[in-house]
Design a protein around this ligand. Structure first.
Ligand code: ADP
Ligand code: KDG
Length: 319
């Protein structure tokens, strides 16, 4: 069995330093929340498998080549001749504002069903990592996520769910309705602070709103809740009443997209290494900082021997 199994949609991604409408030059790469997590884990030496569907096309070949090159196990990934690989475009519209466009309806990944995931589940894993994005792709992918969560839970694997709400894919109400039934199977729930109401059902702007949302999640069967707070860091709370929080590392911000996925990879890495909650949170926070301090979703993520790099003084040249 692998350490971590994940699946979802990985797309061709074009990154533009300006506006598409005036013809900004693009850099092509691949993007997908779950495969970002798998890459982050593989870089740290864990055995991470990504199972998913791509089209029988050039973007699909780029996705598979990239994941293979990053050491992610893709033996259970498959190609579908009947639908294209999804695509996204990310415009740095102005200095501090990124705009995303998707071409993913009818994509190969949206055709995913529980049957596609069965072989990968049969291989076994210590951890199953799911995100709300897969659940938003359509009824088949949602069913696949549900079946995987039930399978993993029944076998005592750790099940991690990153809410990863994407307003371009569905509404908060739709997300809540789809994700809440998963909670009894979830061990670790990871969410941004603004995503807590989506999944907890506790819609509240009151000062103790976050506290109550975490209460609701822990009551619904989740064992630990990890809250991402962007530039403010992150927090941890579990059913035993253990609490931790960390301030974000001070790094120059280059590209915040992918920070949440890097954070998940760091958290799961800490879990696999048997670190206590504070250690897991610290590693998650470190990986999140690597992602924001470098361009691309996953390109700047650290190998294990690089985990301490951010402790170097700003402007350091290592030679
Ligand atoms: P998401 O990408 O899912 O919205 P966040 O923006 O909350 O997630 O970022 C995830 C994590 O990445 C944060 O909890 C923190 O650990 C780290 N991080 C995010 N922004 C910064 C920042 N400006 N400086 C340092 N670390 C950051
Ligand atoms: O978390 C980063 C993702 O947003 C990106 O890789 C693309 O999966 C993606 C999505 O649906 O936005």
């Amino acid at each position: 069995p692998v350490d971590v199994l994940t699946f979802g949609e990985t797309m061709l991604a074009a990154q533009l330093p300006g506006s598409l409408a005036v013809g900004a030059q693009a850099r092509t790469t691949v993007a997908g929340a779950e495969s970002n997590v798998a890459i982050g884990l593989a870089r740290l030496g864990h055995r991470a498998a990504w199972a998913g569907l791509v089209g029988d096309d050039e973007p699909g070949r780029l996705v598979l080549r990239t994941l293979r090159g990053e050491g992610v196990d893709i033996t259970r990934a498959a190609t579908r001749a009947t639908a294209p690989t999804g695509a996204m475009l990310r415009e740095q519209r102005v200095a501090d504002l990124v705009r995303v466009h998707y071409w993913r309806s009818g994509s190969a990944a949206s055709l995913l069903t529980p049957a596609d995931i069965e072989p990968a589940l049969g291989d076994g894993a210590r951890v199953l990592h799911l995100t709300g994005i897969t659940c938003a792709l359509g009824p088949g992918p949602l069913e696949a996520a549900r079946a995987a969560a039930a399978h993993a839970h029944a076998r005592g694997w750790t099940v991690a769910l990153d809410v990863n709400h994407r307003q371009r894919l569905w509404t908060a109400e739709e997300a809540g309705t789809a994700l809440r039934p998963l909670l009894p199977h979830v061990t670790v729930l990871i969410a941004s602070d603004d995503e807590l109401p989506v999944v907890s059902g506790a819609f509240s702007d009151s000062p103790d709103g976050e506290e109550r949302a975490v209460d609701a999640l822990l009551d619904s069967g989740v064992r630990e809740v990890v809250v991402k707070r962007g530039g403010e860091g992150a927090a941890y709370r579990d059913r035993q009443g253990v609490r931790h929080s960390v301030p974000a590392l001070r790094v120059p911000v280059r590209d915040t997209v992918g920070a949440g996925d890097a954070f998940c990879a760091g958290y799961l890495s800490g879990l696999l290494d048997g670190l206590p909650p504070a250690g897991r949170l610290a590693r998650a926070n470190t990986l999140g900082a690597f992602a924001v301090a470098s361009d691309g979703d996953w390109e700047g993520l650290p190998r294990r021997d690089e985990l301490g790099l951010l402790a170097a003084a700003p402007g350091t040249a290592i030679r």
